[in-house]
Design a protein. Structure first.
Ligand code: 5RP
Length: 223
């Protein structure tokens, strides 16, 4: 089995009938949503879900998973989401799929965030993957320059000939910092730039990691 699917399906074993679930975004979270759909359709699970992207919401609706309005939910029980990189402290880089802002809002309003990933995402230190930063259009070139002053090579994400737009209508600037020594302080520095909405560093948010391996094994690391 695909290690992404393996990790995602293992993570679903931590869910229960009756829960309010946060649905992540990306090719790994996809498999978790499929499995939750199976629980709803074959085992009669009654769950409520909040999705982190339009794409995941459409997938969930297609499977008959009830999507509820965020305003009606005080606290999500468990969110399952992927990551672009994860280290031993369960610090993450997210946003490769462009959904980092909604992903962070959903994860920080959840009792638990389970990260699902194949072994390639497990890294000794974060930073090989460029850090996605969501910025507003107005004055984005100035925001871009300020990000580069923090020591990265920045690039505005494109979608064909035009700029990539997030579900919130913002731009993404991908910032290649190289090895990140102090993720909490970089998170702070990036987010204090006016024009930045949020960045893809998730610090002290993930509570569990399920890694899937090519040999069919899974490994679980909890914080
Ligand atoms: C989307 C994300 C994804 O979780 C991340 O990009 C991992 O994606 P995949 O599971 O497809 O490798 O952060 O914004």
């Amino acid at each position: 089995m695909d290690p992404k699917q393996l990790a995602a399906e293992k993570a679903v074993t931590f869910l229960d009938n009756g829960m309010t679930i946060g649905l992540g975004t990306g090719s790994t979270a996809y498999w978790a949503i499929e499995k939750i759909g199976e629980k709803v359709n074959k085992e009669g699970w009654k769950v409520k879900a909040i999705a982190t992207s339009i794409r995941s919401e459409e997938q969930a609706r297609g499977l008959g998973i009830p999507i509820v309005d965020f305003s009606s939910v005080q606290l999500i029980d468990v969110t399952i989401d992927g990551a672009d990189e994860v280290d031993a402290q369960l610090q993450l880089i997210k946003g490769g799929g462009g959904a980092l802002l909604r992903e962070k809002i959903v994860a920080t309003n959840s009792k638990q965030m389970i990260v699902v990933a194949d072994e390639s995402k497990w890294v000794p230190s974060l930073g090989s993957y460029p850090l996605p930063v969501e910025v507003i259009h107005f004055g984005w070139q100035r925001t871009f320059e300020k990000l580069e002053l923090l020591g990265c090579k920045a690039e505005r994400r494109m979608n064909g000939a035009g700029p990539y737009l997030t579900d919130n209508g913002n731009y993404i600037i991908d910032c290649a910092f190289g090895e990140i020594q102090d993720a909490p302080s970089l998170h702070e520095s990036v987010n204090t730039i006016t024009g930045v909405v949020d960045n893809g560093l998730f610090i002290r948010i993930a509570t569990k990691l399920v890694l899937g391996f090519k040999n069919g094994e899974t490994r679980i690391i909890s914080r």
